[in-house]
Write a protein of this length. Structure first.
Length: 377
């Protein structure tokens, strides 16, 4: 198990870094994203003739509403995570390549559904669009990756003919688990969003301590405003009030919920898992510590990215990074936003409930014998 996770993390890091290279973006990612937009438009035009696309932008020619398919919405990162998991697992290359091929098609099929639904939700209600875009669909895509990987694991075990003692005829445990996840997912998201102000309190304290300690000449304070964070910088700025120029400092907001949806995603998986309540409580507490670290990393990287690339030359100068440092910061932001929040809760749940996962992967028994994979190492 340890070897599997180490190899998985290494492959994810390598593939994600390669994806962000300028050559890869120009030659592979942008043309692929354009193709996804074209395919989505072709699908929507079967019932809506007022849809058009130019590059990766899709718009309604009647009302002018448009969306652009950016990183995180083209399914590439989800595909990287799925491919890395299959490559890290001890199976034959034929099984790996077949699993990756079928899995990527499955992920992109659901991603097309995401693009289409978000396009119409955006025309209906802006807030609902942001909620579905930033939280719900991110979790559903990763749930799809988990389902594909677990079904592939079951298939690999079946092909390897590795028998395990069964429990007699019963309903498919994996199907029951997935139905429970689908039940708990909206419940957990609703509870998380309702109490998001409370979840933001410890994040504010940790990010404020980290940023004011690490960059005391640049960040004066990180304060909470509802379920958002306000970053007060030491960067001078001139404002005008009733025609009178005044000097102040730059202030900007960060949305921590973009990183916090990992909490309801993990909690839904945990509540759906057939395990003792004691084990669930203990694992949840451990997971909250790790997921808090994930959120702090993502928020801190976004604050530094904003200071480096989106404010004034003075802010960038106060950071004082080298060119390599700025490249590393851009990579850290992308990794903290696109990879860690959706992937860590899945990986964490998989590691904490390994014996239960093996039971979930066991095939429905017909003769007292079940098939299940062996995850060793």
């Amino acid at each position: 198990m340890t070897r599997f996770f180490l190899v998985f993390l290494l492959i994810v890091a390598v593939l994600f870094t390669v994806e962000l290279l300028p050559w890869t973006q120009q030659v592979l990612v942008i043309p692929f994203t354009t193709g996804i937009a074209t395919l989505a438009v072709a699908l929507m035009q079967t019932w809506d003739g007022e849809i058009a696309a130019q590059g990766k932008v899709i718009w309604n020619t009647a009302n002018g509403f448009a969306v652009s398919i950016e990183a995180g919405c083209n399914g590439v990162e989800a595909g990287i995570i799925l491919a890395a998991a299959m490559l890290a697992f001890p199976a034959s290359w034929a099984q790996k390549l077949l699993g990756i091929g079928v899995g990527l098609v499955t992920v992109q099929a659901l991603n097309l559904v995401r693009i289409v639904t978000l396009f119409y939700i955006g025309q209906w209600h802006r807030t609902a669009f942001e909620w579905a875009h930033l939280y719900i669909w991110q979790a559903l895509i990763m749930l799809d990756v988990l389902v594909v990987f677990m079904v592939w694991l079951r298939w690999v075990a079946h092909r390897s003919s590795l028998p395990r003692p069964g429990l007699g005829p019963r309903r498919d445990p994996l199907r029951r688990f997935l139905l429970r996840v689908l039940f708990w997912l909206p419940v957990c998201f609703a509870g998380w969003y309702y109490f998001s102000i409370l979840f933001t309190i410890p994040l504010t304290a940790l990010v404020d301590a980290l940023m004011t300690w690490g960059y005391p000449d640049l960040v004066e304070q990180v304060a909470q405003q509802g379920n958002a964070l306000t970053v007060v910088t030491a960067v001078p700025a001139q404002t005008s009030l009733k025609g009178v120029a005044r000097m102040g400092t730059l202030v900007f907001e960060v949305n921590p919920l973009k990183y916090g949806y990992c909490v309801p995603l993990y909690t839904a998986l945990l509540l759906a898992t057939p395990a003792s309540e004691t084990a669930k409580v203990g694992n949840w507490l451990v997971a909250m510590l790790l997921l808090t670290a994930v959120q702090v990393f993502g928020i801190a990287a976004e604050i530094l990215k904003t200071l480096a690339f989106q404010l004034t030359p003075e802010a960038r100068a106060l950071l004082g990074f080298t060119n390599l440092g700025y490249e590393g910061l851009a990579l850290a932001y992308q990794f903290g936003f696109l990879i860690l929040p959706p992937a860590v809760p899945i990986v964490l749940w998989f590691a904490q409930f390994r014996p239960t996962v093996l039971d979930l992967l066991a095939r429905k028994s017909h003769s007292g014998v079940e098939q299940g994979p062996s995850i060793g190492g």
